[in-house]
Design a protein around this ligand. Structure first.
Ligand SMILES: Nc1ncnc2c1ncn2[C@@H]1O[C@H](COP(=O)(O)OP(=O)(O)OP(=O)(O)O)[C@@H](O)[C@H]1O
Ligand SMILES: [Mg+2]
Length: 384
């Protein structure tokens, strides 16, 4: 299953979005244009679908309340709304549609109420709230049907799919210094702080197979890299990754993850996430810390993984190298363009000038990213 269309009203810096989505989708735009905000829509849907320790109220309060989420250019309209269409492939008929609207109730302290919640299976409307029960007891509108097992028997598949959405913005220092930091791991661990514990929790044969695949990739991209292994420290019991490099004199010497380079750690985390998931994977700037030779291999990898695992990959990026692959179609790139009334989101090949250049053999890296550069930067220093 994949999400093949997103429709949004008043989310963060977007007043309106209505875009089709492919299995591999790149999101490009200047700094602060809303790339992370766009990815956060799918994390929000994951959060509201959690029956335990989640739900609508928590998803909203984790983001600082409706006042933070609602677009500042929304004017008098108090409602934020999201709709997704789910299908087997990008061009297949829509199997599921899920939509919600919500607002902060003026009278209730910090309570968010649904303005509607609707679910369709193909053309059949399975849920249409507010219903008679909601009208009788408006407090019911503080919860979505998605987060209540008793209310979502007919469309549990949507909740299962959304709960598996994964977001990754791996911060190598958090893996390397996790013992020293000993801080609280943020829910769903977006920054990879609990990555090693997670690797430890996977069944040993699955773990071995996955690490072997990662080892094969690292051998290609990291000079002298030979072997990757999982171990537990005999004294502390803590899980570790260790690597052996061929240039060392003694083969028995291994380096642990606290000595890996940033790029090695980010690549391990990235590949692990891609091999593990069969839902939607959200990747923030996967090019960070990676050599351009490796970055140029990421786009083909993001195309291949959905074919093997039936998943979907959304990637925010600033990298023209990542987007130089000639096979990237303009339809796979969303261009974010900030304006006074909010950022617009367009499929890049729907923009005539871009489409003409792509048809004439230019790559999206050459054509689309030039549109995201700040104006008038030539010859201007950042420090005046
Ligand atoms: N409710 C809101 N209404 C309008 N704008 C908002 C709202 N919430 C956040 N923003 C704006 O969104 C912008 C940040 O967006 P985001 O972090 O998604 O950008 P980005 O494209 O990921 O940037 P970068 O490339 O630097 O990571 C900020 O400028 C912030 O002011
Ligand atoms: Mg960002």
């Amino acid at each position: 299953m994949i999400i093949n269309r997103l429709i949004v009203k008043n989310w963060r810096n977007f007043q309106h979005i209505d875009v089709p989505l492919r299995e591999r989708q790149f999101i490009v735009g200047p700094n602060a244009s809303g790339k992370s905000n766009l990815l956060d829509i799918f994390r929000f849907l994951r959060d509201i679908a959690k029956a335990e320790g989640g739900g609508l109220q928590k998803a909203i309060s984790d983001r600082g309340g409706v006042s933070n989420i609602r677009c500042l250019s929304a004017g008098q309209d108090p409602e934020v709304a999201i709709e997704i269409h789910i299908a087997d492939t990008p061009d297949a008929p829509v199997t599921w549609r899920y939509g919600i609207g919500f607002r902060q109730e003026p009278r209730e302290h910090c309570q968010t109420h649904l303005t509607y919640e609707r679910v369709w299976r193909e053309d059949e409307l399975l849920l249409d709230r507010p219903d008679a029960d909601d009208n009788e007891d408006p407090d019911r509108l503080t919860q979505t049907a998605l987060e209540q097992n008793a209310a979502n028997a007919k469309f549990r598949e949507i909740g299962r799919f959304l709960r598996n959405v994964t977001y990754l913005h791996l911060v190598p220092q958090l893996i390397r210094f996790r013992d020293a930091i000993q801080g609280k791991v943020i829910e769903d661990d977006p920054f990879g702080q609990g990555f090693l514990e997670h690797v430890a929790s996977v069944h040993p044969s699955t773990r071995r197979a996955r690490l072997k695949r990662i080892e094969r990739a690292l051998k290609i991209v990291v000079p002298q890299f030979e072997e990757l292994a999982f171990i537990r420290d005999k004294r502390t019991g803590h899980p570790h990754l260790q690597a052996r490099y061929s240039h060392w004199q003694f083969n028995e010497e291994w380096q642990r993850e606290d000595q890996f380079s940033d790029g090695t750690l980010r690549l391990i985390g990235l590949l692990w996430a891609l091999f593990e998931n069969d839902s939607l994977i959200l990747l923030e700037e996967p090019e960070l810390s990676l050599n351009i030779g490796i970055v140029s291999k990421l786009a083909p990898l993001f195309a291949r993984i959905p074919r093997i695992h039936q998943c979907q990959v959304f990637v925010s990026t600033h990298s023209s190298t990542l987007l130089t692959e000639p096979c990237i179609d303009g339809i796979e790139v969303l261009l974010l363009t900030p304006a006074k009334a909010g950022t617009s989101v367009k499929v890049s090949s729907d923009i005539k000038d871009i489409r003409i250049l792509l048809e004439n053999g230019f790559t999206v890296g050459e054509v689309v990213l030039s549109r995201t550069r700040p104006k008038d930067t030539a010859g201007v220093s950042l420090i005046q």
